[in-house]
Design a protein around this ligand. Structure first.
Ligand code: KIV
Length: 299
């Protein structure tokens, strides 16, 4: 662990705080909303400093960070732990936490209790819930408990065993269904809706049908905003990316090269150099030199 201290976050506030109201104003002004996932302090700090509007602690944590093969095993404790870390970094963006599978499914009471934990114990400013009309009543109840809710329709990864990882909304009837879902979430008080993996046409139609913003991921350019998983954006996944992912950097290559370079420097004795070592104060150095050679080496 490095002993170098990170600078206080207060030094680097890039812009005014983003709120649910800001997102709404962005939609009304046709200014695209930027969103990314983050799961830890250091990447959340970079994402926030870059001026991203919304940071989601997604349950994609499961695959991106924890090595699970879906989002289903992710627990409340894991989500709270990572949301707290991200909270310590985020000053500017709206901080949204994903409610994991099982945390809002068994009862309204449990759903409100879990949503409250994200706000009270982890500092989230909104929670995200997957589902459409089937979750509208719950979204309304959580909203009445003063907790802002982001909806999520289209491909909902927590439904993988029911619908698979497939593009949704591929017929006119299916698009009408998605529009009805989105409208129900809006009427229930959702502050925004994530649209995942739907045809571009569906993204555009749902966006025009709503007063609240849509945030697309694989939903085409006509949504009010876009979100990507941070690890996809910088290639930290080691997996073949989905069609909708654009890779803006190759962090895998960068990190692999750095680690291999470090290992080779250690092996050939060029790391650490004298300049990377601490030295005794002058008097202690002289005292050490004055010792007999066998005592000097410490052996
Ligand atoms: O968990 C997640 O990262 C998400 C995004 C795909 C929107 O829900």
């Amino acid at each position: 662990m490095s002993i170098i201290q990170l600078p206080p976050r207060e030094d680097s506030v890039p812009a005014p705080k983003i709120t649910a109201q800001t997102l709404l104003e962005r939609k009304q002004a046709h200014q695209p909303i930027t969103a990314l996932t983050a799961y830890d302090y250091s990447t959340a700090r970079l994402v926030d400093q870059a001026g991203i509007d919304m940071v989601l602690v997604g349950d994609s944590l499961g695959q991106a960070v924890l090595g699970y093969d879906s989002t289903l095993p992710v627990t409340m404790d894991e989500m709270l732990h990572h949301t707290r870390a991200v909270r310590r970094a985020v000053r500017h963006a709206l901080l949204v936490a994903d409610m994991p599978f099982g945390s809002y499914h068994s009862s309204t009471y449990e759903a409100i209790a879990n949503a409250t934990r994200f706000i009270k114990e982890a500092g989230a400013e909104a929670v995200k819930i997957e589902g459409g009309r089937n979750r509208a009543e719950l979204v309304s109840t959580i909203t009445q408990a003063e907790i802002a809710v982001v909806g999520h329709i289209g491909l909902t990864p927590q439904s993988v065993h029911r619908i698979g990882y497939r593009v949704q909304g591929k017929s006119v009837t299916a698009i009408d269904d998605l529009i009805a879902d989105a409208r129900a979430l809006e009427a229930a008080g959702a502050i925004a809706v994530v649209l995942e993996c739907v045809p571009r046409e569906a993204g555009g139609l749902i966006t025009s049908a709503l007063a609240i913003p849509t945030i697309g991921i694989g939903a085409g350019p006509d949504c009010d905003g876009q979100i990507l998983v941070f690890h996809d954006l910088v290639n930290l996944t080691g997996a073949q990316p989905a069609k909708f992912v654009r890779r803006y950097a190759d962090a895998s290559a960068l990190i692999t090269e750095a680690v291999q370079h470090y290992a080779s420097d250690v092996r050939d004795g060029t790391f650490p150099a004298d300049a990377e070592s601490y030295h005794l104060p002058r008097e202690a150095g002289a005292e050490l030199l004055a010792r007999e050679p066998q005592k000097r080496s410490g052996r």
